[in-house]
Design a protein. Structure first.
Length: 257
């Protein structure tokens, strides 16, 4: 029921935006409905049941249902926001229709990088404070566990922006000898392989996080839950897929350097 209510709200929102831009409100409303309910339908009816297959019992079915609803809402709202931004930022040229997608991908990657920065700063401050307090025989309990969890956030949430800025190590002296078309083909091929790998990783991370949520597994000292970090790592992997798709868009638009 809540999905239908949100979809009606999305249709009205898209239609009002179209009216303010002098565009076709009916078409924009239809796009808004599809951009929200399409991903929700695919994830809720196809992907999520596969992820939780064999894990749902009478005791934990409510927890799985709540997690599914929240994931559906997050995915649906994110997709309709992306669709709206693409419509607002659509412009001419070889990149027509993708300016909004590239903008969205870059912005989310940068926000995730901010979280990674905050986690890294927290690790440094915590470690220094713990070392100092140990000299006074008052160490911070659970420092090792907290650093482990925060370290996972730093690595996962820093991945998309690193890929976007091409900050990772890569060897291109061999590919640079190829003609332009062959070079573009190799760039697209490697991105497609990367997308497949990160989808596989994200899928298994979500399954693992759901199992951790249901089992209630926590760290031994601080009793901190594992599942939020693992869910976050799964989201980061899906975001990495968007960055790789953005690379393909750039290659096809002649904007990849």
């Amino acid at each position: 029921m809540i999905e239908i209510i949100i979809m009606i709200g999305v249709i009205g929102w898209f239609a009002r935006t179209a009216k303010s831009k002098g565009a076709n409100g009916l078409l924009w409303g239809f796009i808004g409905a599809i951009s929200y309910y399409g991903p929700v339908l695919v994830f809720g009816r196809v992907i999520y049941p596969v992820i939780v297959k064999g894990s749902v019992t009478y005791d934990n079915q409510v927890s799985y249902m709540i997690v599914g609803v929240l994931l559906n809402l997050a995915i649906g709202i994110s997709c309709c926001l992306l669709a709206r931004e693409i419509l607002l930022r659509e412009e001419g040229g070889s990149m027509a229709g993708f300016a909004g997608f590239l903008w969205f991908t870059e912005k989310i990657s940068k926000w995730m990088n901010v979280i990674a920065y905050m986690a890294l700063t927290f690790i440094m401050l915590l470690t220094v404070t713990d070392v100092v307090l140990r000299q006074f025989r008052h160490p911070i309990i659970g420092t090792f566990e907290i650093v482990q969890l925060a370290g996972a956030v730093v690595i996962a949430f820093g991945l998309p922006i690193t890929s976007w800025m091409r900050g990772h190590i890569y060897v291109d002296f061999f590919i640079n000898t190829f003609p332009s078309r062959a070079k573009n083909f190799m760039n697209i091929l490697t991105r497609v392989i990367g997308i497949a790998i990160f989808i596989f990783i994200a899928y298994n991370l979500f399954r693992f996080a759901t199992d951790l949520l249901i089992s209630g597994e926590v760290t031994s000292t601080m009793q901190l839950p594992f599942y939020p970090i693992v869910y976050g790592m799964g989201v980061a992997c899906f975001m990495q897929c968007l960055v790789l798709i953005a690379d393909i868009v750039k290659v096809m638009g002649g904007k990849y350097e």
